[in-house]
Design a protein around this ligand. Structure first.
Ligand SMILES: CC(=O)N[C@H]1[C@H]([C@H](O)[C@H](O)CO)O[C@](OP(=O)(O)OC[C@H]2O[C@@H](n3ccc(N)nc3=O)[C@H](O)[C@@H]2O)(C(=O)O)C[C@@H]1O
Ligand SMILES: CC(=O)N[C@@H]1[C@@H](O)[C@H](O[C@@H]2O[C@H](CO)[C@H](O)[C@H](O)[C@H]2O)[C@@H](CO)O[C@H]1O
Length: 333
């Protein structure tokens, strides 16, 4: 071999090594910010029961037999005693809840139940999704969980268009279900107060609307099929607060500390799915007063003052779940 072709071969090998090193570090969450590289569209291997195994390490075994959604029979025939009041239990809200359970449903759809392995992604509302081009990747999961009024219309390229489950509460129900959801999307109510049950009853049964008792006026018209609505078991809020954030469940003060809906959704996914990925999670540093927090609107961390969330504590909890491999992140953290 001539020395010229020798050098050519060496240069080629060098280029190959550089590309390989760049590729592997670009796949690490902490480097994604600097070396953005589209996530592979190939489906990840899914191991049945994997998320449940991880969940029992974090939440203990008490969560195994808990139903995901509340059922009428537990409140009608046998009054299920609850230790805590909303949002961590149903104590004191049973009568209003009973009326809601009579018109909604509790089943997990066959399309989810029949899956051999449930691949889920929880899509947070964070700004990190903007220009992420993750829409195609997100749409490939079996179950896509979205939060509050997070839009898909106009953002499909970054966040996808599939919505299997949307968690909401009255004040966050300002979205058009016909535009932002799919026809089979499950609308899962996260109740924080008894009035939340009252609101959903009035809106679904077209009874006289209630205006007082909310921190923001909820929608007065909401065109959804009651059979698509579920009531999340507050047990998941309890364990997210207790096991992920070490919050006291019984709090005397008015501004109660509670997990964000996103952290609650991760907790739920770890109990419903076999594989849990997340995207669009992570708040700016507290000193970063100008950074917008959502992918769809210009608001800053200031808007969250008085919300009862500890976002730095939540970041620690999410990092712990990432490090132990309970969840995987599609955006950076
Ligand atoms: C003013 C206010 O109350 N804002 C709250 C809003 C607001 O009520 C709804 O958006 C209204 O539709 O809701 C919250 O949250 P929000 O609706 O902003 O976001 C949903 C979840 O995404 C994760 N997130 C969001 C932004 C960001 N930069 N990083 C993130 O990790 C969080 O896990 C978050 O829960 C909520 O319900 O938790 C929490 C916010 O505190
Ligand atoms: C007592 C009361 O109504 N407190 C309100 C909080 O619940 C509310 O926080 C909001 O409460 C929601 C439940 O209703 C969610 O937990 C949401 O993440 C959280 O931000 C803030 C919003 O600015 O306003 C206070 O007056």
């Amino acid at each position: 071999m001539t020395s010229k072709s020798h050098w050519k071969l060496l240069a080629l090998a060098l280029v190959l090594v550089v590309v390989m090193v760049w590729y592997s570090i670009s796949r690490e969450d902490r480097y994604i910010e600097f070396f953005y590289f589209p996530i592979s569209e190939k489906k990840e291997p899914c191991f049945q029961g994997e998320a449940e195994r991880q969940a029992s390490k974090i939440f203990g075994n008490r969560s195994r037999d808990q139903p995901i959604f509340l059922q009428l029979k537990d409140y009608f025939w046998v009054k299920t005693p609850s230790t805590y009041e909303l949002p961590f239990g149903t104590k004191g809200s049973e009568d209003l809840l009973l009326r809601v359970l009579a018109i909604t449903s509790y089943s997990i759809p066959e399309s989810i139940k029949s899956l051999e392995c449930r691949r889920c992604v929880v899509v947070g509302n964070g700004h990190r999704l903007r220009n992420s081009s993750l829409g195609g990747v997100i749409n490939k999961y079996d179950v896509v969980i979205r939060l509050n009024n997070a839009p898909v219309a106009g953002y499909e390229g970054d966040v996808g268009s599939k919505t299997t489950i949307r968690l909401f509460y009255p004040e966050s129900a300002h979205f058009d279900p016909k535009i932002e959801n799919n026809p089979d999307t499950l609308l899962v109510l996260v109740a924080f107060k008894a009035m939340d049950f009252h609101w959903i009853e009035t809106i679904l049964s077209d009874k006289k609307r209630v205006r007082k008792g909310f921190w923001k006026q909820p929608p007065l018209i909401w065109d959804v099929n009651p059979k698509q609505v579920r009531i999340l078991n507050p047990f998941f809020m309890e364990i997210a607060a207790d096991k992920l954030l070490s919050l006291p469940i019984q709090q005397p003060r008015k501004i109660k500390q509670k997990p964000t809906t996103g952290l609650l959704a991760i907790t739920l996914a770890l109990h419903l799915c076999d594989l849990v990925h997340i995207a669009g999670f992570g708040y700016p540093d507290a000193s970063n007063k100008k950074q917008t927090i959502h992918y769809y609107e210009q608001i800053t961390l200031k808007s969250m003052a008085g919300s009862g969330h500890n976002v730095s504590q939540e970041a620690i909890a999410i990092k712990r779940m990432l490090e132990m491999g309970a969840v995987k992140n599609l955006t950076y953290f």
